[in-house]
Design a protein around this ligand. Structure first.
Ligand SMILES: Cc1cc2nc3c(=O)[nH]c(=O)nc-3n(C[C@H](O)[C@H](O)[C@H](O)COP(=O)(O)OP(=O)(O)OC[C@H]3O[C@@H](n4cnc5c(N)ncnc54)[C@H](O)[C@@H]3O)c2cc1C
Length: 246
């Protein structure tokens, strides 16, 4: 039975067609895809949608992707990281042409969301493509004129893997951003390449005394490590929200 789509609701039941209107490369392996859905109900920062692809022989594949930005002029943006040998991400990154249709279902998710009416400081912790829903929160904050303090800690393999690089470099919006490198760090970065650690979160996050809202997103191992470290630091576990992409 079809259910009504409501922003902030847990799940919606309707598939709708959406036309790809723009492809924007972000890195060598990640692309932003801008769709015009037939009738998008709106969404909140942090929510995701299901994208369904259907082949000529009727075979279908469905994967979840986070909305990367607020709705603008009826357009909905996703950023897809190409996963080697991945069925859907490779097609979306390499093959889906502008003008083609996919099906969308959403918005989905009522937990991993940030609203501009919230006043608590925010800590965002991203691993790889886990930046996508967190960038949606940063964009929502900017577009709403919120001055809630935001800190972002973003772990990438190398500098070539930074999605939204130029936008993140623009410190004018007041989001304090720290990039951590796991494979190769640029000269002068002062930190040898390594996976995220308790020390990184202590150095670049908020102290528990600020009682921030914490959002962690990325591969499962990354999310678990970061969440455990925040709890070990003394952060309130009820304020730590996680989303796993792996
Ligand atoms: C709520 C949610 C939101 C998501 N949002 C985004 C998003 O905004 N952008 C984005 O790029 N992806 C996002 N993902 C991941 C996405 O749904 C797919 O899992 C991913 O694109 C891989 O799909 P695939 O069909 O290419 O790979 P598959 O054919 O399903 O898998 C191929 C191989 O890759 C491995 N694999 C699957 N997913 C990943 C991954 N994420 N990283 C590394 N290896 C993987 C599998 O174990 C398998 O071995 C999200 C996932 C969830 C659950």
């Amino acid at each position: 039975m079809a259910r009504t789509a409501l922003p902030g609701g847990l799940v919606t039941g309707l598939w709708q067609r959406a036309r790809l209107v723009e492809r924007r490369p972000e890195t060598a392996t990640a692309v932003t895809l801008v769709f015009r859905p037939e009738n998008w109900p709106g969404h909140l920062a942090g929510q995701h949608a299901d994208i369904r692809l259907t082949a000529d022989d009727g075979y279908t594949a469905v994967r979840s992707f986070s909305m990367a930005a607020p709705v603008r002029d009826g357009l909905v943006e996703f950023t897809v990281q190409r996963v080697n040998d991945g069925e859907v991400s490779t097609y979306l990154c390499d093959d889906l042409p502008v003008g083609a249709d996919v099906e969308l279902k959403g918005p989905i998710g009522g937990w991993f969301i940030w609203r501009e009416t919230e006043t608590r400081p925010v800590l965002l912790v991203a691993g790889g493509s886990g930046i996508v829903p967190l960038q949606a929160m940063i964009r929502q904050r900017r577009e709403s004129g919120s001055d809630v303090p935001f800190r972002l800690i973003y772990s990438v393999r190398t500098s070539a893997d930074i999605i939204y690089r130029d936008e993140l470099r623009d410190a004018a919006d007041g989001v304090e951003t720290t990039i951590l490198y796991t494979r190769t760090a640029p000269a002068g970065s002062g930190r040898p390449p390594a996976r995220i650690s308790l020390a990184d979160l202590k150095e670049h996050g908020w102290t528990p005394g600020f009682d921030p809202a914490c959002f962690i997103c990325g591969p499962t191992g990354f999310v678990e490590t970061a969440a455990k470290a925040l709890v070990a630091m003394g952060h309130n576990s009820h304020r730590i929200k996680t989303e796993r992409f792996g």
